[in-house]
Design a protein around this ligand. Sequence first.
Ligand code: DAT
Ligand code: MG
Length: 142
Amino acid sequence: MSEQSERTLILIKPDGVRRGLTGQILARVEAKGYTLTAVELRDADDQLLAAHYAEHEGKPFYAPLVEFMKSGPVLAAVAEGHRVIEGFRALAGATDPTSALPGTIRGDFGRDWGLAVQQNLVHGSDSVASAEREIGLWFPGR
Ligand code: DAT
Ligand code: MG
C-alpha cells in the first residue's frame, strides 16, 4: 500500500539564496524523508507575490514583505509525503527567527535584522487548501 500523499510549497526566500543556504535547507527536507518533486529558481514579480501573500494585504509588513521577496531570486520547491505540510512547518520553526528554536531552519540560520519585515529564510504552506492554491501559482499545471 502506498502512503497517502500530501504536497506543500516551499520557498527559500531571497535571504536564504543570497546567503548560500539553499543546499543545506533542501538537504534537511530530504533528510527528513520527504520527496522533492519540483525545484526551480525564480524571480518573483508583483502579480505572483500579491496572489501568494493575499492574506497579508493591508498589514504593516505587507509592502516590505513584497519588496524583500523581489530583492533577489527565490528557490521554489514542491515537497511530497504524508503530513508534509505540518512536517515542513516544524522543520522551519517559528515565524520570528529570534524565538524559533535551535534545530529549526529559522532558529539555526535566522536572526532579527531590525527591519520592517522578518527575513526568515523559508516559506511553507499552512494547510492543504493553501498548498494546492500556492502550488498552482508557482507551478501552474502541476
Ligand atoms: P509564516 O511565514 O510563518 O507562515 P506569516 O504567513 O504569518 O508567517 O507571515 C508571512 C511572512 O511575513 C513571515 O514569514 C515574515 C513576515 N511577517 C509576519 N509577521 C510579521 C511581523 N509581525 N513583523 C514583521 N514581519 C512579519
Ligand atoms: Mg504563512
